[in-house]
Design a protein around this ligand. Structure first.
Ligand SMILES: [Zn+2]
Length: 501
């Protein structure tokens, strides 16, 4: 055979192979039973009907840079339905990982959380967010036939506040014997700067999300929401959750919002309004720092207590709202920088709401990162822009060791590399947690409703689950949920985007 005949024969073989596959395909997938066929037919009909649902009108989804971007619009029920439908597989997956973690940490069953959601949280949720949460359930069920109901979803939305704020408060009240050592989490490194601190004199805001890698690897949604009422929002978030929750978001009235949690915060008000509801409402309805503060204080339940870092691009003013339960404090300036790494600083808040926190311990994660923010931001005064902010979020300088060492004390956290863990929030040595993604924006970008976001460690490092679990069998319980967390590129997202152009 000469070459051309050999090539023709090869092509013919490929074509025959294709035809054979086509023929097998036509031969139907051969269901194991008539019942299976029926189930498949019903599922297909359900999906077809759901896809034609008028509530999906205007909604869209695409993936870029390791993120999933969804555009949601309309009345609360429609926004929820679109959310549930477009992110159905991710919600099911995220719910499984999160609920397993909630039960493991608290040693409480899922029914306990459903009851807390139904009896304590649900009655105080504004009607529009009740409708949105029900909409998520409807969209999710329409797409996948999921069995999750609205109590599951409310408990899931409260995954930051129920296990680490409500349960420790309850254990203390009930004097529960052998109660697990639950601590409010230390989530995130962030700053907001303005005036003479930034390159253009306008606001720059940046944040990296610290959490366990199990949840963090799933914290990959960019939500572009055009609600019927309130302002348009662009924020990062978790599938199935109505607030950003790690929190980074902007609205089209120029408000810029992020936060870091208050380490060793204690307290809960069962008569208050869930934090995830207040945080979402504040991003949707606040057009100023004062309005933001008012919404967060209204019904404050102490859940997921944060130092909120805010900016108003209309005025160039930035603010820090240190929101304890018994005390709070608001600082604001048009020329300065406000950083966060999980430490409260107001004496009243420290005394009333975080009495165990030691601001003098120079080796703890919150305080070493606080020192590094001061160093890094001061060094770069007048030069801070979004590109520099991105670099800062990936910083690995440990101020306790005075060297580069990615660990629990660096702005880009890698606690899986630390033999110390973080005792302040009960992360054991080599705990698989740290910085899981980063975001940054500035006043100009906010005016145009744009943010930069990087999935995975903001430094670009990868976390690989298999070698980690082999080296640390004490975390084997996480195996069904713990996945590789590979860093993507810094990627720009903007409101109204329809593909990764
Ligand atoms: Zn890093």
């Amino acid at each position: 055979m000469n070459d051309s005949i050999r090539r023709a024969a090869a092509i013919l073989l490929v074509m025959l192979g294709g035809a054979a596959l086509w023929w097998v395909g036509k031969g139907a997938p051969a269901p194991a039973s008539a019942n299976d066929a029926m189930v498949a037919a019903i599922a297909a009909a359900r999906e077809q009907a759901a896809a034609n649902d008028p509530r999906l009108k205007g909604a869209s989804r695409f993936e870029a840079g390791g993120w999933i971007y969804v555009h949601l619009e309309g009345d609360p029920g429609a926004v929820g339905y679109q959310h549930g439908y477009l992110l159905a597989p991710e919600i099911e997956d995220g719910f499984a990982a999160v609920s397993a973690g909630m039960m493991h940490a608290t040693q409480r069953d899922w029914e306990f959380f459903r009851k807390a959601a139904h009896e304590m949280l649900w009655p105080k949720i504004d009607a529009e967010y009740q409708q949105e949460l029900q909409g998520i359930v409807d969209g999710l069920r329409a797409h996948t036939g999921s069995k999750l109901d609205v109590d599951d979803l409310v408990a899931f939305n409260a995954f930051e506040e129920l296990p680490d704020y409500y349960v420790p408060w309850l254990n203390k009240r009930q004097k529960a014997a052998n109660a697990p050592n639950l601590k409010s989490p230390g989530n995130c490194s962030a700053f907001v700067a303005t005036g003479s601190w930034t390159k253009d004199g306008q606001i720059v805001m940046a944040h990296n999300n610290w959490t366990n890698y199990r949840n963090g690897e799933r914290w990959r949604i960019v939500f572009d929401i055009a609600p019927k009422n309130g302002y348009r929002m662009l924020m990062d978030g978790f599938p199935g959750v109505i607030a950003s929750d790690d929190d980074f978001g902007i609205n089209n009235n120029g408000l810029m919002v992020t936060e870091t949690t208050i380490t060793q915060f204690e307290g809960w008000d069962p008569n208050g309004k869930a934090e995830f509801v207040r945080a979402r409402k504040a991003l949707q309805y606040a057009g100023s720092i004062d309005e933001y503060t008012k919404i967060m204080l209204d019904g404050n339940n102490g859940g997921y207590a944060n130092d909120w870092l805010l900016g108003d691009r209309k005025t160039g003013e930035i603010a820090q709202l240190e929101l304890g339960l018994k005390a709070y404090k608001l600082w604001r300036t048009k020329d300065g920088v406000l950083a966060g790494s999980n430490w409260a600083r107001d004496p009243k808040v420290l005394n009333a709401d975080a009495p165990e926190f030691d601001p003098g311990n120079k080796e703890s994660s919150p305080n070493t990162r606080r020192a590094r923010w001061e160093e890094l931001l001061t060094e770069n005064k007048g030069k801070i822009d979004v590109a520099l902010a991105e670099k800062m979020l990936g910083d690995h300088s440990d101020t306790a060791e005075k060297k580069e060492d990615a660990d629990e004390r660096t702005l880009c956290g890698h606690v899986d590399g630390s033999p110390r863990g973080v005792k302040e929030w009960d992360w054991q040595p080599y705990y698989p947690g740290g910085a899981v993604q980063g975001k940054a924006t500035d006043s100009t970008m906010t005016k145009e409703m744009r943010i930069m976001a990087r999935m995975g460690h903001p430094c670009g490092g990868d976390f690989l689950a298999k070698p980690f679990l082999a080296a640390h069998p004490e975390y084997t319980w996480q195996e069904p949920y713990l996945r590789d967390m590979k860093a993507g590129p810094w990627t720009e997202f903007r409101s109204g985007q329809t593909s990764k152009e």
